[in-house]
Design a binder for this molecule. Sequence first.
Ligand code: PGA
Length: 255
Amino acid sequence: MRKKIVAGNWKMNMDYTSGLTLFSEVLNMVNDEAKGDQQVVVCPPYLYIHSLVQLSKNNSRISVGAQNCHQADSGAFTGEIAANMLNSVGADYVILGHSERRQYFGETNQTLAPKVDAVLKAGLKPIFCIGETLEERNQNIHLGLIKDQLVEAVFHLTADEFAKIVIAYEPVWAIGTGVTATSEQAQEIHAFIRAEIAAKYDATVAENTTILYGGSCNPKNAAELFSQPDIDGGLIGGASLKSRDFTDIVKAFNS
Ligand code: PGA
């Protein structure tokens, strides 16, 4: 059975004090209100990971993740963070290939593949982001592009390795824009991704892969999105910065 996950991506938001407050609120609300077996992942800026791990130590529902990492184990890479460092402070997940990293920091499928390897080697789980721009969708080249993102960055993994990764489909045109993909649009792409995984590995691997939707997901549209057969949760940006909204999205699985 694949895991249901709601992951919050704080991006470069929140100072330390407000981040701790937000996380404490999320911990309490999720404890009191979330039902079922969904997992919650919170990905704050690197600096806060250790503190959030300490706060959530006795809570098996909530894990902490990073938003990026470097591909090397260690070395002269000023300003960078290695996957095994993230492991050593208790992180469980690492978001890789977010469209903002691709757009502003030049990340490509080719530079992401070794990061995926480094995260797995460090014993962490990648949340690997894929998705098309509006232009690419309008040109009707989006399916091929999404396939390339899988083939070039994650399909070199063995089936055992692939079983540890989470895929996040995030149409770039829906991120932070208030425009959400309709549940039919999202489901269509999620089903396509699952079919590609089945073709590369097998039906069991595909069935067991968690595929999240991301892009202007909010408490109003989450239940409808999550009710689709191939949507296993969400990667949440803006709405993860408000404890009430984020918790309501987590609860959307049960509505
Ligand atoms: P958004 O961001 O929810 O603010 O659209 C999603 C993401 O970037 O992961």
